[in-house]
Design a protein around this ligand. Structure first.
Ligand code: HEM
Length: 193
C-alpha cells in the first residue's frame, strides 16, 4: 500500500537519510565522498521537485489514477524536497568547513543559491492549511514565484561544467520538458476559458 500524506513525507525522508548513509559509506567521508553526497542530494531534490512541478499539468492532461495520486500528495512530496535540500546544505557546510582551500563559494552561487534555499525552505515551512489561510494570496505568490525560481536554479545548475553525460542530459531535458508542459497546459487553459 503506497504511503500518502505526512506518512509519505516520513518515508521519503528516511529514504533520503538511508541514501546519504549509503553514499558516505561507499564513497568515504573524505572530500570526494562529501562532494558525492552534495551531488546525490542535488539529484534527489531535483527528481522530487520535478514530480511536484508537473503534478497539476500532468493530471489536467491525463486525468489518471497515478496523476491524481501525485496531485493529492504534491504537498507532502514538496516538503521532502526541502528535507533533501537541507541535507544538500549540511553537506555543503561540511565541505566548506573541512576543505575551505578547495571549496570557496563565488558570490553569484552564494546569492543565487542562497535565494534558492530561502524559497525551498519558505515553501516547505508554509506547506500547511494554516499557512494557506494565514498568507492568503501571498501564499500563491510565494509558491508560484518560488517554484519557478527553484526550477531555474536546477535547470542551469544541472548543465555540467565539464562534458555532458547521460545523467545531466536527462535532468536538463526533463527540466526543460516540465516547463514546456506547464506552458502548454496554461495556454490551453487560457484558450478554453
Ligand atoms: C549557497 C547555495 C549553494 C551552494 C554553495 C551549493 C554548492 C554546490 C556544490 C559545491 C556542488 C557541486 C559538488 C561537486 O560536484 O563537487 C553543487 C551541485 C549542485 N547543486 Fe548546489 N549549492 C547551493 C544551492 C543549490 C540550490 C538552491 C540548488 C537547487 C535549487 C542546487 C542544485 C545543485 C545541483 C543541481 C547540483 C549539480 C548536481 C550534479 O551535477 O549532479 N544547489 N552545489
Amino acid at each position: 500500500m503506497m504511503p500518502t500524506g505526512w506518512r509519505l513525507t516520513w518515508v521519503l525522508s528516511i529514504a533520503l537519510l538511508a541514501m546519504s548513509a549509503l553514499v558516505l559509506a561507499l564513497a568515504g567521508s573524505g572530500e570526494e565522498g562529501v562532494r558525492m553526497w552534495i551531488r546525490a542530494t542535488a539529484r534527489s531534490s531535483g527528481t522530487l521537485f520535478l514530480l511536484t512541478f508537473v503534478a497539476r499539468p500532468l493530471h489536467t492532461l491525463l486525468r489518471s489514477d497515478p496523476t491524481r495520486w501525485f496531485l493529492k500528495n504534491r504537498r507532502y512530496i514538496g516538503v521532502s524536497v526541502a528535507v533533501s535540500h537541507f541535507l544538500h546544505l549540511i553537506a555543503i557546510l561540511w565541505l566548506t568547513n573541512a576543505w575551505p582551500e578547495n571549496s570557496a563559494v563565488d558570490p553569484v552561487t552564494l546569492i543565487g543559491g542562497g535565494l534558492g534555499f530561502a524559497f525551498l525552505f519558505a515553501m516547505g515551512l508554509t506547506s500547511s492549511n494554516a499557512a494557506v489561510a494565514a498568507l492568503g494570496s501571498n501564499w500563491r505568490r510565494l509558491h508560484r514565484t518560488g517554484a519557478w525560481y527553484v526550477w531555474f536554479i536546477f535547470a542551469i545548475t544541472f548543465i555540467p561544467d565539464a562534458g555532458w553525460d547521460l545523467l545531466h542530459v536527462t535532468f536538463v531535458v526533463a527540466f526543460v520538458g516540465a516547463a514546456l508542459l506547464r506552458l502548454v497546459v496554461w495556454l490551453r487553459g487560457r484558450r478554453s476559458s
